[in-house]
Design a protein around this ligand. Structure first.
Ligand code: NAP
Length: 316
């Protein structure tokens, strides 16, 4: 049984978002004392072993001398991994079936957007043109998913349900009934050459940064399309711009960017072959996320075991 000490909520979010998170977290674990970092005096700070975080300022985490465990309410933790690399802290990221279902819905929606040529018909309407394209069956549209984790696997299931043939790429070899899987750089090259719609759901790590460079984008068949719902820097921005300008890639749906919000003068805003989304494909549900954090913290209080799921060496 782990001694009950206050839990810090550390976030760079605005006051309203901090208040909303505190309300959800306190409702999910009324037995805990959860305090915003700014409300902890020095004595309380010295007692905190657990911090729940949403984009925290790493300097604030350093002011919690007994801290052992950082539990994020977000799924993507590349900034935490970079900031806490040498800290010895244990890190848990959000793995939430609700988040996976939301992402799977987004992947299906935007795959259908590309599959049914909606960007093309939107341009036609603007030009008052009446020119239907040949219909393509979903069975003939090959979807490749980069990353077969909590989100990639759920997205793959939704796509298969909609009759798309799906291939997925992961770091370790995976076997998932009903779809092809591959790993390694050779597997990636083979998959790219047979992908009509590529969906990126990888974490941003030192291995995945810039993974989709000019050479790899060139492996995609002519007219391939791209959906990036993971992190902007996984795709080489200049190479993507070039591939779209050249018509080598037909369209890209981009939800994530190296700088967010996307600066007003950034090229994707006005590119005819790009759909810009404001990092909205799968927002955390604060209710289900709080329940998951609460269950993990109750487990820790009962057993002393920290259910860490981020490997700092692996980077995700
Ligand atoms: P996850 O469960 O950790 O899965 C990551 C997948 O990527 C795993 O299959 C992993 O392989 C694979 N992978 C990692 N590094 C690789 C590499 N170097 N080569 C090949 N495969 C590699 O992560 P998740 O929960 O699915 O989330 C994925 C990402 O989605 C998050 O990191 C976050 O950035 C992003 N995200 C975006 C939004 C949004 O709204 N746009 C919302 C939530 C999350 P193994 O299976 O072998 O481990």
């Amino acid at each position: 049984m782990s001694a009950v000490t206050p839990i810090a909520f550390v976030s760079q979010g605005d006051a309203a978002s901090v208040a909303a998170w505190l309300q959800c977290l306190r409702a999910a674990m009324p037995e805990e004392e959860i305090l915003a970092f700014g409300d902890l005096d020095e004595t309380r700070r010295a007692q905190c072993r657990v911090a729940i975080v949403a984009n925290p300022d790493p300097a604030q985490l350093k002011l919690l001398p007994q801290l052992q465990w950082v539990h994020s309410v977000w799924a993507g933790v590349e900034r935490l991994v970079a900031d806490l690399d040498q800290s010895g802290l244990q890190i848990t990221r959000l793995v939430d079936p609700r988040l996976a279902a939301t992402m799977a819905e987004a992947v299906l929606a935007w795959t259908l957007y590309l599959h049914r040529d909606m960007p093309y018909y939107a341009r036609q309407q603007q030009a008052r043109q009446w020119q239907p394209l040949d219909y393509v069956l979903p069975e003939q549209r090959r979807v490749g998913i980069l990353g077969l984790g909590a989100l990639g696997e759920a997205a793959a299931a939704a796509l298969r349900q909609a009759r798309f043939p799906v291939t997925g790429w992961s770091r370790s070899a995976r076997s998932i009934p009903g779809m092809q899987t591959c790993s390694g750089m050779e597997g990636l090259a083979q998959m790219l050459a047979q992908t009509d719609i590529l969906v990126c759901l990888l974490p941003l790590t030192t291995q995945t940064r810039g993974l989709l460079d000019a050479a790899r984008l060139a492996l995609l068949p002519p007219d391939a399309q791209l959906i990036n719902f993971a992190r902007g820097p996984i795709i080489d921005d200049a190479a993507l711009h070039q591939a779209l300008d050249a018509g080598q890639l037909r369209h890209a749906v981009l939800d994530v960017f190296a700088t967010e919000p996307l600066p007003a003068d950034a090229w994707p805003w006005s590119h005819p072959a790009v759909t810009v989304l404001p990092h909205c494909s799968a927002p955390t549900d604060s209710g289900t996320a709080s329940s998951i954090v609460a269950a993990n913290i109750r487990h820790y209080r009962k057993t002393g075991e920290i259910l860490a799921n981020v490997d700092l060496k692996r980077g995700y």
